[in-house]
Design a protein around this ligand. Structure first.
Ligand SMILES: Nc1ncnc2c1ncn2[C@@H]1O[C@H](COP(=O)(O)OP(=O)(O)OP(=O)(O)O)[C@@H](O)[C@H]1O
Ligand SMILES: [Mg+2]
Length: 364
């Protein structure tokens, strides 16, 4: 059994001399060493214990180091283990290839003991920092979830009380009192919307992803119709190009469409007619969707802010909103290997783009 503060290193190399040398150096720095002489036996060891770091040779029988590294980086359980190549192959091609398939470092033989120890320690520190950041992020997320969740029920009570007051005391209120009560009702509605959005943001980050076939044309069309029925009198030209079917999480994809289209509809509210166009093109690795509108647009100088929670470029008086929608979109996409970006020009409209890996379509 390993002791928690011990750092476990797995050395995978077919040469006994190389193993001996690296082990000797690292043992002096209090690392615990395990060795495997081939990729196959390394895989067996990994089933019993995940090491903190792997030192990997390139040339080995059966499976070479590059293929083994690729295999690790494609495996959810193993992909976070830092891989440092430790090899005599010092040509540029090998170095490039190692980093391209996800290795964290590349040390060539002959190496100095201090160099090997320093590089191993650097990777361990980096891994620890990443883990700390991930944990801090998770606790912050569950903190905001519980705050939002706990605020919701007193807010609903305030809403019910004020609805009751307005109904029951109608006629007894002076016009000033009625305006005051209506203001409270409106503010309660706004805060409830912010809290609902924060809960959705949290849900977008924590919901277990369940991949299914999605007809993106149908979802965009349905979502648009649902949103349009809320403002039936508006004149809107909605162009939906033929979109592909993809493999993704249907609930999250629907939430994504709701946020994108609600922005397109909201920020075109002052245009007659509003024009909204949805397209999709395929690049070598990604499907790139775009939703373009002819609405209020925005100043590109502030574009970097927009995917952060509560950042808005329009005042609530001009366009209502809580500034969480785009952050929800980015979360949904990043969890499925994609990303989102937006472009715009004041009063000339905006284009929201998002990409998903092509495998989202190939997996069908
Ligand atoms: N289609 C668009 N046209 C112009 N500005 C946009 C558009 N989409 C987003 N923005 C700008 O980006 C900001 C952030 O958008 P986001 O959807 O996150 O929040 P919101 O629409 O203000 O509120 P909500 O949380 O209700 O969606 C908006 O406040 C707006 O300034
Ligand atoms: Mg929005």
């Amino acid at each position: 059994m390993s002791i928690p503060y011990e750092k476990q290193i797995l050395i995978i190399d077919d040469s006994p001399e190389s193993i001996e040398l690296a082990s000797c150096i690292l043992k002096r720095s209090d690392f615990t060493i395990r060795v495997a002489k081939s990729a196959q036996s390394a895989l067996k060891l990994l089933q019993f214990q995940i090491p903190h770091i792997i030192l990997l040779d390139v040339t080995m029988p059966e499976m070479n180091g590059f293929d083994f590294c690729q295999l690790l980086k494609n495996n959810v359980e193993y992909k976070k283990i830092p891989v440092v190549f430790l090899t005599a192959s010092d040509d540029e091609e090998s170095i490039k290839k190692a980093f391209a398939i996800g290795a964290q470092d590349y040390v060539t033989k002959p190496f100095k003991p201090a160099e090997l120890i320093a590089r191993v320690n650097t990777q361990l520190k980096l891994m620890q920092r990443t883990e700390d950041l991930e944990n801090a992020y998770k606790s912050l997320d569950s903190f905001s979830y519980s705050v939002a969740h706990d605020l919701k029920s007193p807010l609903l009570s305030i809403k019910r009380l004020i609805d009751f007051l307005l109904q029951d005391c109608n006629g007894k209120f002076s016009s000033d009192e009625k305006t005051l009560a209506e203001n409270i009702q409106e503010k309660t509605r706004e805060v409830t919307a912010i809290i609902d959005h924060l809960l959705e943001y949290s849900h977008a980050g924590s919901k277990e992803i369940s991949i299914n076939k999605i007809d993106t044309n149908k979802i965009f069309f349905e979502t648009y119709n649902e949103l349009h029925t809320l403002e039936p009198s508006r004149k809107i030209c909605f162009h939906l190009e033929k979109l592909p079917s993809i493999a993704a999480d249907p609930i999250l994809f629907k939430l994504l469409c709701q946020n994108i289209l609600s922005n397109a509809l909201k920020y075109t509210r002052k245009k007659d007619p509003a024009i909204i166009r949805v397209t999709c093109r395929q690049t070598e690795k990604y499907l790139v969707f775009s939703v373009t509108d002819n609405g209020a647009g925005f100043d590109m100088r502030y574009v970097k802010k927009l995917f952060h929670v509560f950042e808005r470029l329009h005042s609530a008086r001009e366009f209502e909103g809580s500034g969480v929608g785009l952050a929800i979109c980015q979360r949904i996409l990043q969890r499925q290997g994609g990303t989102a970006w937006i472009t715009g020009k004041p009063d000339k409209g905006a284009s929201f783009f998002f990409s998903l890996p092509c495998k989202a379509a190939d997996e069908l």
